[in-house]
Design a protein around this ligand. Structure first.
Ligand SMILES: Cc1cc2nc3c(=O)[nH]c(=O)nc-3n(C[C@H](O)[C@H](O)[C@H](O)COP(=O)(O)OP(=O)(O)OC[C@H]3O[C@@H](n4cnc5c(N)ncnc54)[C@H](O)[C@@H]3O)c2cc1C
Length: 472
């Protein structure tokens, strides 16, 4: 067998704020992954990478090696009667729904972008706008095959290798490589959903609506204007999406055609999508974000008068994909996301404090997103009975300001951890080494470390995230 040819390049997290040089290959099958593991013993370790949509350093490995799994993207089997698919890990959520929707199925859990791979979704145990109702991605995985660094192929489900099943889902690629997975999809009868836009006058109003509607809504997500102050602090706009029942939408079946889901090439009827990120770039440079937010809040009021309205699944879920390369607007510093998960009882107090501290320090996120969550059965979970508030920060180019932003996020993390909160590693770039034990508890962390030691005794699976969080 000839040796694999690794190429060296700079690999970034999705936010382009953190990253480093690494050697890469794109394996085409499990044999090549096993060969890559064998060839890399004694090196600086291997990280796995799906579509590279983790904002921070979960899929980067400075000075080491990376397996880019996008080449393993075959859909292996689709049972259109039961809504079950078996696929390779590099298959994207986009390719999945495009294949399944004509048969009346949609992935049970999707993130805010359809670029994410199934392997990355399982390894981070992603959540959707329906986390409070259907749980996390892993709860819809029936089974997967894990290739361990020692070259063993483990079939993992709720009966077989059950411990590995619950640790590799949400185990951020540290236990081995998922080489195929079987997933349950959910039945849909229309290609559209019924959607409401509901203005929230302040943070508590947003939290109350998320709480009150969770027994009746299918999806809930709140946008927060992080710049509003005083009595309006935390004001925003909640979007509720409900699936349509069979026969409810006369056009429903026609809308199952993937071409009917395609996002329009222009916004507001005339603005080409490709103009949006330069526009955003200007807005961030000119300090216009507060005005943009105020405008958004007001236009949301108008949308609420037109509610409910019908919207395609793709338009509802993948709003961020409307604007290609929108994260370029934050070049050259890039962006980071800070997404604390706070227990229900502490949410109002802690989230208010976070917004206030951003405003006091003039380190304001340009975007805030609220969601309602529930606990799940995975070892390294970020799920809890409470709320998350994702905050996107543009990273200043000046080093001193960058350090200030990191310090600010670390101070906010203290508030969250002291309140019993958690963090989601797909979005992290700032947590310090002791945080993992505080999030999961010493016992759970030790179980994970023991399992890693068993499956990966040489510590081959690595990433910048793991080195940062497990440093002693
Ligand atoms: C615009 C945007 C919106 C987002 N919205 C949401 C959201 O609403 N909800 C949410 O939960 N997340 C969201 N995310 C985050 C995203 O869903 C996660 O970061 C996800 O893990 C990315 O998948 P990926 O394929 O890009 O994986 P990568 O980012 O490339 O990798 C993620 C992790 O998975 C591991 N991994 C990848 N493939 C495998 C494999 N085959 N076997 C084992 N481990 C593997 C990697 O080592 C890494 O630790 C969003 C991201 C973006 C950019």
């Amino acid at each position: 067998m000839s040796k694999l040819s690794w190429r060296r390049e700079k690999v970034w997290g999705w936010g382009h704020a953190v990253g480093g040089e690494a050697e890469l290959i794109q394996p085409r099958n499990s044999e090549e992954i096993a060969q890559a593991f064998a060839e890399s013993r004694g090196s600086c370790g291997i990280a796995l990478r799906g579509s590279g949509c983790s904002y921070g350093d979960a899929a980067t490995n400075s000075g080491g090696r990376i397996l880019d799994l996008r080449g393993m993207n075959r859909l292996l089997e689709f049972d259109a009667k039961r809504g079950i698919i078996r696929a390779e890990p590099g298959l994207s959520i986009r390719d999945l729904w495009r294949h399944a929707l004509p048969a009346g199925y949609w992935p049970a859990v999707v993130p805010g972008t359809m670029e994410v791979s199934l392997g990355g979704a399982a390894a981070m145990n992603i959540h959707g706008k329906n986390n409070f109702a259907v749980g996390s991605f892993g709860e819809h995985v029936e089974e997967f095959t894990l290739l361990t660094p020692a070259g063993e192929s483990l079939r993992c489900n709720r009966q077989q290798n059950e411990e590995v099943f619950h640790a590799a889902i949400g185990g951020f690629g540290m236990l081995g490589c998922i080489t195929e997975l079987t997933l349950h999809l959910k039945k849909v009868y229309s290609g559209r959903m019924r959607v409401w836009a509901i203005p929230c006058r302040d943070l508590d109003d947003g939290l109350r609506l998320l709480e009150d509607l969770r027994d009746e809504a299918d999806y809930l997500v709140g946008w927060v204007d992080m710049h509003a102050r005083g009595a309006q602090l935390g004001r925003g706009l909640l979007h509720r999406g409900d699936q349509l029942a069979q026969g409810e939408d006369p056009e429903g079946e026609k809308m199952l055609d993937p071409s009917r889901q395609d996002l329009p090439g222009v916004l507001l009827g005339c603005v080409p999508k490709s103009w949006i990120w330069p526009g955003m770039w200007m807005a961030t440079r000119c300090g216009a974000i507060p005005w943009v937010n105020a405008l958004r809040y007001r236009s949301g009021m108008k949308k609420s008068w037109d509610s409910p309205y019908l919207e395609s699944h793709a338009a509802f879920h993948f709003l961020l994909d409307y604007v290609p390369r929108w994260h370029w607007a934050f070049r050259p510093g890039g962006l980071i996301q800070f997404q604390p998960f706070v227990p229900k009882a502490a949410a109002s107090r802690v989230l208010r404090k976070l917004i206030e501290s951003c405003q006091q320090k003039r380190l304001l996120p340009y975007l805030g997103v609220l969601k309602r969550h529930r606990p799940d059965p995975f070892l390294m979970t970020h799920g809890l009975d409470g709320f998350s508030m994702a905050m996107d920060f543009a990273v200043p180019t000046r080093q001193s300001r960058r350090i200030e932003l990191w310090r600010h996020c670390q101070e906010m993390a203290e508030l969250v951890l002291n309140a019993g909160g958690r963090f989601y590693y797909a979005k992290d770039a700032i947590l310090a080494a002791d945080c993992m034990a505080r999030i999961h508890g010493e016992d759970s962390l030790q179980s994970f470390v023991d399992l890693k030691q068993r499956l990966d005794p040489e510590g081959l699976m690595q990433s910048d995230l793991w080195r940062r969080l497990s440093a002693s």
